[in-house]
Write a new protein. Structure first.
Length: 309
């Protein structure tokens, strides 16, 4: 089977991180990146040895749904601190309901309260958009995440807006009402008023926007610290790893291009395409195939596609 350019990048990384020399891996990445129609960023960290390789590792790229990983980490840290209970019942407000990829939205308003553990599972493993709006809110929003990053001394990653706000901004929605007035019906109403041209211009702005971005190096470092148990308690780390292992999105990305049976804890992200323009495809994950389930390598592959100038 002939691989696409994106699949080629993924398979080269998966096959080469543990065994290939840094120079060889970097050269392969650079070759594949040169054949794409956009900017490619990639970073890997071999956890046992500490060996790292990166391509455009300090360049920022849009996070897309990969943002759900640090949002989950922030909430789990709040559980560790006693501010939330893992089985606590969380109310999903009308402003949290984000139609589309969301089992929670389908069950709302018949069901308006969900266990925190279920919201975490749905947000990360299923990329549930209503779950992420809810957990972004109860985690303190952008200020809460910024404070968490400062506490953890995490740089190179920033989450400034909710995913729904990003969708409104990217689509070119004008005169967006206050968050407290958002509903699922309002979302459909506002998006229906946009045009291909406004969405295209919105994507152009987003690609150049420093908000809600991360560098490949920062993301792989965050992953490494998670799997080393440096940021969460042992129960919190174990829960997060199990959720990442159960991820259902992007089956043909990191997990699908590795040998059958490879255990991968990962999170994916993507965006829509408008008039041939796409802000990117993102994924991050860790190979847990070592004996005893210990991580052997962690990595982030992050691709942003846009017309070359």
């Amino acid at each position: 089977m002939k691989l696409t350019r994106r699949q080629s990048l993924l398979s080269l990384c998966a096959a080469s991180v543990a065994a290939g020399s840094p120079g060889t891996l970097y050269d392969k990445w650079r070759h594949v990146a040169g054949e794409t129609d956009g900017v490619v960023g990639a970073a890997v960290w071999h956890l046992p040895s500490g060996q790292t390789v990166h391509l455009n590792g300090e360049q920022v790229f849009p996070l897309a749904s990969v943002c759900k990983l640090p949002i989950a980490m922030n909430v789990l840290a709040m559980v560790d601190e006693g501010k939330l209970g893992i089985d606590q019942s969380i109310e999903v407000l009308p402003q949290d309901v984000y139609p589309g990829v969301s089992d929670v939205a389908k069950r709302w308003p018949k069901q308006t309260r969900f266990p925190l553990s279920e919201l975490l599972q749905l947000m990360v493993a299923n990329s549930d958009n209503t779950a992420v709006e809810t957990l972004f809110r109860i985690g303190g929003g952008a200020p809460g995440l910024a404070a968490r990053f400062r506490k953890w001394r995490v740089t190179g990653i920033r989450i400034d807006r909710s995913e729904e706000q990003i969708t409104f901004d990217t689509s070119g929605v004008e005169h967006c009402p206050p968050v407290e007035q958002w509903t699922g019906d309002l979302f459909h109403e506002l998006i229906a008023k946009t045009t291909p041209e406004t969405r295209y211009r919105g994507l152009q702005r987003l690609i150049a926007d420093p908000r809600d971005t991360a560098t490949p190096n920062a993301t792989v470092q965050l992953l490494a610290r998670v799997f080393k148990g440096e940021l969460l308690s042992k129960p919190g780390t174990a829960r997060l790893v199990e959720i990442l292992k159960s991820t259902t999105t992007g089956p043909g990305r990191l997990k699908g291009l590795l040998p059958a049976g490879t255990v991968v804890a990962h999170k994916t992200g993507t965006s829509y395409t408008e008039k041939g323009l796409k802000r990117g495809d993102q994924r991050c994950g860790c190979d847990l195939s070592a004996e005893g389930g210990r991580p052997t390598r962690g990595g982030r592959l992050h691709q942003r596609k846009h017309p070359r100038q």
